[in-house]
Design a binder for this molecule. Structure first.
Ligand SMILES: CC(C)(COP(=O)(O)OP(=O)(O)OC[C@H]1O[C@@H](n2cnc3c(N)ncnc32)[C@H](O)[C@@H]1OP(=O)(O)O)[C@@H](O)C(=O)NCCC(=O)NCCS
Length: 183
């Protein structure tokens, strides 16, 4: 679904526009993913694993805009795409249609301005409106900013998996599984 543009004033007084990325944003969205995944080991991809072409990204965006329940919300500052968050159904099968997953990431230069919190708030509100009953995610246990953000918005940890990801230097990171009930 398409989230129409909303204006927000950030903690530092700067203005951000929040809206669903559209086909014209495909290249910017790919660049954002490459930058963001190179700035932290706390997301699943390495930059070289962002492999979609601009055309494939446009297809992804079009499908996402046409999806009745799932959506992305990107944040733009001075026209630059600096963050993105998404809500995605776990599966379309009847027994699990009440469950959604959430993903969120902000480019490092824009951390701490309130963008993550804003995206989270709108994602949770819209997910509930779209009929989802619970939002689930997993997060590196040592990712304090993300774990704090999730706790602030009502997520609780229901499990932990050891060695959930292994980085190029051979070190392992554990993941928390977190859940928020929307009802
Ligand atoms: C986690 C992330 C999305 C937070 O986004 P952000 O825009 O910097 O967060 P905000 O400024 O909106 O802060 C919202 C809340 O997050 C938490 N938070 C943010 N930065 C924090 C930090 N450095 N330390 C502790 N808590 C922090 C706080 O609870 C904060 O609320 P508060 O301002 O009332 O204290 C951002 O750090 C990020 O994109 N990190 C890299 C990608 C990533 O790890 N994504 C999650 C993968 S599961």
């Amino acid at each position: 679904m398409k989230m129409e543009a909303m204006e927000a004033i950030l903690k530092n007084g700067r203005k951000a526009i929040l809206k669903s990325p559209e086909e014209e944003d495909a290249e910017d969205l790919l660049n954002y993913m490459k930058i963001m995944s190179g700035e932290t080991n706390n997301v699943l991809r390495y930059p070289e694993e962002v492999t979609l072409t601009v055309e494939q990204e446009k297809d992804y965006i079009r499908n996402n805009l046409n999806n009745e329940r799932d959506f992305n919300i990107a944040a733009f500052i001075d026209g630059k795409l600096v963050a993105n968050a998404g809500i995605f159904g776990v599966d379309t099968k009847l027994k699990v249609r009440h469950r959604a997953k959430l993903g969120i990431a902000v480019i490092k230069d824009y951390w701490g301005m309130g963008i993550g919190g804003l995206l989270m708030k709108h994602c949770l509100e819209q997910a509930k409106e779209n009929g989802y009953e619970q939002v689930e995610l997993d997060v590196v246990t040592a990712n304090t900013p993300a774990v704090s953000l999730y706790r602030k918005y009502g997520f609780e940890t229901y499990g932990t998996i050891k060695n959930a990801q292994k980085t190029k230097d051979g070190s392992y990171q554990d993941h928390h599984f977190m859940i928020k009930f929307l009802q």
